[in-house]
Design a protein. Structure first.
Length: 519
């Protein structure tokens, strides 16, 4: 006998076997027991959550000769016929390949004939959102007033694509994503039945990778068992088959990123690739790891929501304290963008390495969150005394205590030639600032302060500007571009301290009397 995939072999045959959809199962069972069966149902939800399975169980239950608590008995002639696919009362239609008007017209003609056996004719239309507009219109009248012996069950993963006129004629049931705990418990139950030895940790990881889909979980488990046939399925085996990365690797990688050790970070990527890990899966898993760190850094009570061991939780709490939420959100943004790029990329490794370098070097980006991280790093250096500041009288400055190589990198005091260099390059440097500051300085006039002590910047027009803040921004830009410390004063025309030029007496050139103020 040929092998049957796990998701087919263990497809639920009654409502009690359906996991994670109790709100739907209970409602349908109550309708069957009370004989309050509707004529049209819409089952919505992501893949692998049980829509088609529940539809088939419901079709058997409404036609069962001896239902038990709303469940099909599984023993009567109707139950056996429907289960084997021999019954003419249950018609399954794939709307993806039968989406034309003619296909729906055939259904409309068929419903005129009552079932030869059983109580109801049940039409299960899968992926109903794929029907054409004309097909939906052809279905409308039949769906609104079908014969008493006809039931329509429409299943879809994209309910937003279904016309409102169809939605209003159906009872809608939304299938939820199945929790990791529920999937893992079901996998353990099936592995005990199959007598396959599997680590609980391996089953938990497979349940997470399934992302709420029981069918995906069973398919992944099937794949892992086949690879290590006859052996105990361990957590490491699952990681190897699925191309995933262990949490220890993420922890080590994150700590190196926080220390900005670019070389070590790239070497970590090299190890991941040599181990045969899939970079797309690595990216998705690392985003999830960063998300967990963000939760921990936001609120201590979030620890209860994370499905990690006590040992890993302590380590992750330490890592969450190594940075701030804004930085973590920047990391997540960079890797989320990377995840979208990898889908169609031919050089995945290069893109991953670039993204990791961005995390280590926030100066490569000009985004708001990158600037926040750079400011945070500067504040940390200030707290550690790494920036040159004047010391108290009678003591050496911090700069004198620094190593010579580090002292050489500090900005020196500006000289007169530095001031002239800035004045000559002002328009170029202004454009580098970008944004609103560049526009504010567009028509500004720059002049040297007396004795080359710095510069005065006079804005070209009156603007609601913070002169002190703009002065500090210019000083920082000068330190970055010219590597000198320069005093900067910013004034609007109203606050310009320069003396006003005297008004010239033009009365001798104009043939009219002009009064000239003596002052």
């Amino acid at each position: 006998m040929s092998y049957t995939a796990l998701y087919r072999k263990f497809r639920p045959s009654e409502f009690s076997d359906v996991k994670g959809q109790d709100h739907i199962v209970t409602t349908l069972k109550n309708q069957i027991e009370a004989d309050r069966i509707g004529h049209a149902y819409l089952f919505c939800g992501t893949r692998g959550t049980g829509k088609t399975t529940v539809a088939k169980i419901f079709a058997r239950a409404v036609n069962c000769e001896h239902p038990v608590d709303g469940n099909p008995c599984g023993e009567c002639a109707m139950c056996r016929a429907i289960a084997s696919g021999a019954s003419m009362n249950v018609i399954e239609i794939d709307a993806a390949s039968n989406n034309g008007v003619d296909n729906i017209r055939e259904i409309r003609d068929e419903v005129a004939y009552s079932p030869t056996e059983g109580k109801y004719k049940v039409y299960i239309i899968d992926e109903v959102h794929m029907l054409s507009i004309g097909a939906f219109n052809a279905l409308l009248k039949t769906l609104e007033e079908p014969p008493s012996y006809v039931i329509f069950i429409l299943a879809t993963t994209e309910a937003h694509k279904i016309p409102v006129t169809i939605l209003s004629r159906c009872q809608r049931y939304d299938f939820r994503r199945i929790t990791t705990e529920t999937i893992a418990a079901r996998l353990r139950e099936l592995m005990d039945t199959e007598k396959v030895e599997v680590e609980d940790r391996a089953l938990t990881y497979i349940a997470k990778a399934a992302d709420g889909s029981m069918r995906d979980a069973l398919s992944l488990l099937d794949q892992c068992i086949a690879f290590y046939l006859g052996q105990k399925l361990t957590y490491e085996h699952v990681l190897e088959v699925l191309g995933a990365v262990d949490i220890d690797v993420f922890s080590s990688l994150f700590r190196k990123i926080c220390r900005q050790e670019v070389t070590d970070v790239i070497q970590e990527v090299e190890k991941i690739i040599l181990q045969g890990r899939e970079l797309s899966q690595f990216t998705v898993d690392f985003i999830w790891y960063l998300r967990n760190l963000l939760m921990l850094s936001t609120d201590d009570h979030m620890a209860e929501m994370l499905d990690v061991s006590a040992e890993n939780l302590i380590r992750m709490q330490e890592e969450a304290a190594m940075t701030d939420p804004e930085t973590l959100m920047r990391y997540i943004r960079v890797f989320s963008e990377l995840s979208g790029q990898l889908r169609y990329a031919t050089q995945k490794r290069v893109l991953v390495e670039i993204a990791l370098i961005k995390l280590c070097r926030p100066s490569m980006e000009k985004n708001y969150d990158s600037l926040l991280q750079r400011i945070s790093q500067i504040e940390q250096k200030l707290e550690q005394g790494a920036v040159c500041t004047p010391a108290a009288a009678g003591t050496d400055s911090l700069a004198q205590k620094m190593p010579a190589a580090q002292r050489e990198k500090l900005p020196r005091e500006a000289m007169s030639e530095d001031v002239q260099l800035f004045i000559n390059r002002f328009q170029e440097l202004r454009r580098k600032m970008g944004g609103m500051q560049s526009q504010q300085l567009k028509d500004a006039v720059v002049r040297e302060l007396p004795e080359g002590a710095g510069i005065q910047v006079i804005l070209g027009r009156e603007l609601p500007v913070d002169e002190q803040a703009l002065s500090e921004d210019l000083q920082r830009m000068i330190e970055k571009e010219l590597h000198v410390q320069m005093k900067v004063q910013v004034h609007t025309p109203h606050t310009d301290p320069r003396p006003q030029e005297p008004v010239a007496d033009l009365s001798g050139f104009i043939d009219m009397e002009i009064e000239v103020d003596s002052e």
